[in-house]
Design a protein around this ligand. Structure first.
Ligand code: PMP
Length: 353
């Protein structure tokens, strides 16, 4: 071993879902939105004055921050913007999880949390979900260095009512509580209004799912201005120009089109409920997801084999090997009606065999 090896920060990175380059496929593996972003986004990209790219972008991402603040009726110093909510969450881990006590998150959850914790040497403990894959709020009422969970949770899709989220925040006044609301627009009630009631709350959201902009990388957080200031100080100490000029404009336009956002999320919710009915008819078992995916298993078939067989038919879904308890489950993102119909047809034939 070389001497310098001992000084390397060794990490086991997060494994994102596959991004196959195929012209015809049904891609239901990374919870992307099947509809294009708001029409004004295409105009931004088409008409962008490339001469502007000579200059650094606005480090404060002011236009986009203002648009988000207007949409959600909060003040601009209560908004932080990052390059995808992954960036926002990474900055939150770096800024707020600096204690010696372990931070808490569910044992089945977004599989990036333990990666950040390991990378940043943050002690953590995972808290088991109950048998129905639900978070038990009382398990978070103990000494810890911080709390983070997605609502709805991923990859289960299970939603906590906002009163239950509040009970977790209330039980943890001495640490920062982060509610990761990547999927909240598909049927959940946001904890956002609670940032005015609890000074230890951060709510994180993203443009990647409900605003069809996974490819642009825009995420944001809401909290009181003291927390946003701490977060911004760390961001500026790391990389001040995080978001490029085109993305800032793209995000601003997407946030402005409320009608399109409401229309596409309503379509996805309707397709999700149709898909649930069809999967149930075929004997699949799943919870009442309020996200843009369904986490399903089947008592009579080998779902790991099904995962591979779907892939051979160019239908991509997501399978997680760990923890053991979720090995028999597949996470199926909600696509267009036509895509879901094609998948259901495939499954019907598959189960007839
Ligand atoms: N949180 C959760 C729970 C997620 O599932 C994802 C998507 N992988 C993210 C955050 C990050 O999304 P993005 O960086 O695209 O905003």
């Amino acid at each position: 071993m070389m001497k310098w090896e001992e000084n390397v920060r060794k990490v086991v990175p997060y494994t994102p879902g596959e991004q196959p380059k195929k012209s015809h496929m049904i891609k239901l593996n990374t919870n992307e939105n099947p509809y294009p972003p708001a029409p004004a986004v295409a105009e931004v990209v088409k008409n962008f004055n490339t001469d502007m790219l000579r200059m650094y972008p606005d480090p404060a991402i002011g236009d986009l921050v203002q648009e988000i603040a207007d949409f959600y009726k909060v003040s601009r110093d209560e908004v932080f913007v990052g390059v995808g909510s992954d960036d926002v969450l990474a900055m939150i881990f770096l800024t707020f999880f600096n204690g010696k006590k372990p931070i808490l998150f569910p044992d089945i959850t977004y599989s990036f949390y333990d990666v950040w914790a390991d990378m940043l040497r943050i002690p953590y403990e995972t808290v088991p979900l109950d048998d129905a894959f639900c978070i038990r709020p009382q398990d978070y009422a103990r000494e810890n260095g911080g709390v983070i969970f997605p609502n709805p949770n991923a990859p289960t899709g299970e939603l906590l009512p906002v009163e239950v989220v509040e009970s977790i925040i209330k039980a943890n006044p001495d640490v920062i509580v982060v509610v990761d609301e990547a999927y909240i627009d598909f049927g959940g009630e946001s904890a956002l209004p609670l940032i005015h009631k609890y000074d230890n709350l951060i709510v994180v959201q993203t443009f990647s799912k409900s605003r069809s902009l996974a490819g642009s990388r825009i995420g944001y957080a809401f909290a009181n201005k003291t927390l946003i200031k701490y977060l911004s100080d760390v961001k500026y100490s790391f990389n001040s120009y995080t978001m490029d000029r085109i993305t800032i404009e793209v995000g601003t336009q997407a946030m402005r089109d409320r009608a399109y956002f409401e229309q596409t999320t309503a379509k996805i919710i309707a397709t999700r409920e149709w898909t649930k009915k069809e999967l149930a008819k075929l004997g699949f078992v799943f919870g009442d997801s309020k996200s843009n995916f369904i986490f399903a298993t089947h008592p009579d078939i080998d779902t790991v084999k099904l995962f591979e067989d779907l892939k051979s038919a160019d239908i991509y879904v997501r399978h997680f090997n760990k923890p053991e308890r979720i090995r028999p489950y597949l996470r199926i993102s909600i696509g267009t009606d036509a895509q879901m119909q094609e998948m259901i047809e495939f499954l019907k034939k598959y189960l007839e065999k």
